[in-house]
Write a protein that binds this ligand. Structure first.
Ligand code: NDP
Length: 436
C-alpha cells in the first residue's frame, strides 16, 4: 500500500533524516568525529550519548521561533510581489529579514553585555533543544497537514497523484493540488511533502518565514556559541574557527541582503510546504550546517597561513560565481536586452514568452549558481582540515544540488520544449564547466 501510493520515499525521508541529525550531532559534540557502530553494543552506547530532552530546551526552541515570528510581523520592510503562480496571481511579501537579523543580534548582544546570556552555555545546552525540536516539528507537520486538507478540496479518488515538488505552470493551481484524502500512504505523502504551496495565516506566509528566519539566523547563533565555547576552553579563538564563522556569517548576511531573490527559487515556487521543508529549514539547517564550528570547539585545528588564504579565496571565488550568476539571471529576466559582460546577451526565445539566457555565466553551465554555492561549501569544510565529519556538508549539498538540477531540468524541458533543447545543445554542462 505504502509503495503503491509512493509513500515509501517520504517515509524513509521522515525517519532517516531525523536519525541523521541526531547521529551527526552526537558524533560532532560527543565523539569529535565520525564513529560507525559495528555491533549492537556500540549502537547502544551511541544511543546513550544522545542528549536528553528538557523542558527548557523545548521552551527555548519555541521561544526562538516566537521571537522571529514577532520580528517578522512587527518590523517594517519593503513590500514586493512574488513570482506569478500557476493561477496567474502574485502573493505579496514583506522584506524585513536583514532588519530582523540586526535586531536579533542587538538583543542577544545586549543580553550578553548585561550578563543575562552566556553564549558558551548555549553551546553546552544545545543538545537539549534537539529532541524537543524534532517533536515540535512533527506537531508542526500535523498542523500544516490539517490546514492544507481543510483548505483544499479533495480530488476524485481516481485522480492521479500530483508530482512531488509542485505542479508545472499551466496545471491547476498548486494550492488546490490536494493529492487525496484517502489512504495511509497518501496521508504520509501529504504530511511529509505538504499539501499547500504557500500556506498563510492571514498575511503571515509560513513557508517564506520558515525558509530563512529561524534556521539561518539560528545557524549563525550556534556558530557564535561554538566560538564562545572554544574561547572558554582554550583561552583563544583559532584561525579556522574565525574563518568558518566569518564565511558562514557572510553567506547568511548576503542571503538577507538579497532576500527578495528567494521569491524566484525552486523552494518557494514549486515545493509544497509540509514537514520535510519545515524540518529542513528549522532543524536540519541550524544543526547540520554548523557541524564545522561544532567540531572545532574541542579540537581548534591549525592551518598554515597559505591554507587559510586559499580557503578564504575559494569562498570568495565561489561567492562571486554564486552571487553574480544569480544577479545576471535576475537582471536578464527584468531586461532581456541589457548587455552581459559588455556584449549583447545571447537570447533563446521560448513559446511561453520568458526567454532563456545562453551567455555570461549561463552560457558556461546550466546552473553556475550551484557551482558557486558548492565552492563556498567546500571552503567551509576545508576549515576543519582532514576530519571526515566536516565534509558531510559538501557531500550532502552535492547530492541535493545534483538532484535539484535534474528536477529543474525536467521542469524546464516540459515548459520550454524545443527552446530548452536548443539551450542544452548549446550549453553542455549542467553545473561545473568541463566536469559535470
Ligand atoms: P535557480 O535560481 O537557478 O532557478 C532555476 C530557474 O531559473 C529555472 O526553473 C528557470 O525558471 C530559470 N532558468 C533556468 N535556466 C535559465 C536560463 N538559462 N535563463 C533564464 N532563466 C533560466 O534555482 P534554485 O531555486 O534551485 O536555486 C536558487 C539559489 O539557491 C541557488 O544559488 C542555489 O545555489 C541556492 N540554494 C541553496 C541551498 C542551501 O541550502 N544553501 C539549497 C538550494 C538552493 P523559469 O521557469 O522561470 O524559466
Amino acid at each position: 500500500m505504502a509503495k503503491r501510493n509512493g509513500s515509501l520515499g517520504p517515509l524513509a525521508i521522515l525517519l532517516g533524516t531525523q536519525l541523521v541529525v541526531l547521529y551527526l550531532f552526537v558524533c560532532a559534540t560527543r565523539l569529535g568525529g565520525l564513529a560507525l557502530p559495528r555491533s549492537l553494543e556500540e549502537l547502544r552506547l551511541l544511543v546513550a550519548l544522545l542528549p536528553a530532552p528538557t523542558l527548557a530546551g523545548a521552551l527555548l526552541f519555541l521561544g526562538w521561533f516566537a521571537l522571529q515570528a514577532l520580528l517578522d510581523r512587527s518590523l517594517p520592510g519593503r513590500g514586493v510581489l512574488g513570482a506569478t503562480l500557476a493561477d496567474g496571481t502574485r502573493l505579496p511579501y514583506r522584506m524585513n529579514g536583514l532588519l530582523a537579523l540586526c535586531v536579533t543580534f542587538a538583543l542577544l548582544g545586549a543580553g550578553v553585555a548585561l550578563g543575562w546570556l552566556a553564549p558558551a552555555r548555549l553551546h553546552d545546552r544545545l543538545g537539549e533543544l534537539l529532541l524537543p525540536g524534532l517533536a515540535l516539528l512533527l506537531g508542526f507537520g500535523v498542523f500544516l497537514l490539517a490546514l492544507g486538507r481543510a483548505r483544499t478540496p479533495a480530488p476524485p479518488a481516481d485522480e492521479p497523484l500530483a508530482v512531488a515538488g509542485g505542479l508545472e505552470p499551466g496545471a491547476a493551481a498548486p494550492s488546490a493540488a490536494r493529492t487525496s484524502s484517502l489512504g495511509l500512504g497518501r496521508l504520509i505523502r501529504d504530511f511529509v511533502l505538504g499539501v499547500e504551496l504557500n500556506p498563510r495565516l492571514g498575511s503571515f506566509d509560513l513557508k517564506f518565514f520558515c525558509e530563512s528566519r529561524v534556521g539561518l539566523i539560528g545557524w549563525i547563533v550556534i556558530d557564535l556559541a561554538c566560538a564562545a565555547k572554544q574561547l572558554e576552553l582554550h583561552g583563544r579563538l583559532s584561525a579556522p574557527m574565525l574563518l568558518v564563522c566569518a564565511c558562514q556569517l557572510h553567506y547568511v548576511l548576503d542571503y538577507f541582503w538579497h532576500e527578495e531573490a528567494i521569491l524566484s527559487t525552486w523552494d518557494i515556487r514549486h515545493e509544497r510546504f509540509g514537514w520535510m521543508l519545515a524540518f529542513g529549514d528549522l532543524v536540519w539547517v541550524p544543526f547540520t550546517y554548523s557541524l564545522q564550528a561544532l567540531l572545532l570547539v574541542a579540537q581548534p585545528g591549525s592551518l598554515s597561513t597559505l591554507a587559510l588564504g586559499g580557503i578564504a579565496l575559494l569562498h570568495l571565488a565561489g561567492y562571486l560565481v554564486f552571487r553574480l550568476s544569480n544577479l545576471q539571471k535576475h537582471r536578464f529576466r527584468a531586461d532581456p536586452s541589457a548587455p552581459i559582460w559588455g556584449r549583447p546577451p545571447l537570447v533563446i526565445e521560448t513559446a511561453p514568452g520568458t526567454p532563456l539566457l545562453a551567455s555570461g555565466f549561463w552560457g558556461l553551465a546550466r546552473h553556475p549558481n550551484y557551482a558557486g554555492d558548492l565552492m563556498m561549501g567546500l571552503a567551509w569544510c576545508l576549515c576543519c582540515g582532514a576530519r571526515p565529519l566536516a565534509y558531510f556538508y559538501i557531500v550532502y549539498f552535492t547530492i541535493l544540488l545534483v538532484h535539484r538540477e535534474r528536477r529543474d531540468a525536467a521542469h524546464c524541458a516540459a515548459r520550454y520544449g524545443e527552446a530548452w533543447q536548443a539551450y542544452t545543445a548549446r550549453v553542455r554542462y549542467r553545473i561545473l564547466p568541463y566536469l559535470y
